[in-house]
Ligand binder design. Structure first.
Ligand SMILES: [Fe+2]
Length: 194
């Protein structure tokens, strides 16, 4: 609870500096940067903080930093304001049945649940590298309950329609599931702490 209050307060004070913008542009394309900038400032700050923390990790890669910046882009059209986000957490905790919820809370819960899928679809359309899309798509997957099998990433990437359009994947992409899952774990751990 204390963590949530702190998160709320930090969200209120969030800002993005010119140095952050420079950092962003060194990892993202112009289109990805424009997409990122459509997030609420509190979300932008959250993603930047995760990216900086990822950068401080011994085992980081440009791929991980990029995923850290883009993993929540599925929230760009959401109504997940700081207040609605807090309410959505409360609704889930109290297990309030969906049918008695007001429309704005149903929408907030929808985005809370679906933003990884929505974000992955948006990034596919932009031609973002497949591993970044993968990390975005699964950043809330419970890896203890639903671990990935060997080769699952390779199987997944072949059904990704926009994968053909991804720029120079070879420079960034480990096409190995285990390696990507390690990056996913790092992203999830740092996301939890932020
Ligand atoms: Fe998320």
């Amino acid at each position: 609870m204390l963590y949530r209050i702190k998160q709320f307060y930090r969200g209120l004070k969030a800002k993005v500096t010119p140095e952050d913008l420079q950092f962003l542009r060194s990892y993202l394309t112009a289109e990805e940067t424009a997409l990122f900038r459509r997030l609420r400032i509190s979300e932008q700050r959250h993603c930047l903080n995760i990216a900086y923390d990822c950068l401080a990790e011994k085992e980081h890669s440009p791929l991980l930093i990029k995923a850290a910046l883009l993993h929540d882009v599925g929230k760009t059209k959401s109504n997940l304001t700081l207040v609605n986000k807090a309410l959505a957490v409360l609704v889930k905790k109290l297990r309030i049945p969906g049918k008695i919820l007001p429309v704005f809370l149903t929408k907030a819960l929808y985005y809370k649940e679906q933003h990884p899928v929505i974000g992955a679809e948006i990034l596919q359309r932009l031609g973002t590298e497949a591993p970044v899309i993968f990390l975005t798509r699964y950043h809330h997957r419970d890896l203890t309950r639903k671990p990935f099998r060997d080769g699952e990433y390779s199987a997944w990437v072949t059904v990704l329609p926009a994968e053909r359009n991804c720029p120079d994947q070879s420079a960034l992409s480990p096409d190995d599931t285990a390696e990507l899952v390690l990056l996913l774990k790092t992203l999830q751990e740092i996301d939890e702490k932020n």
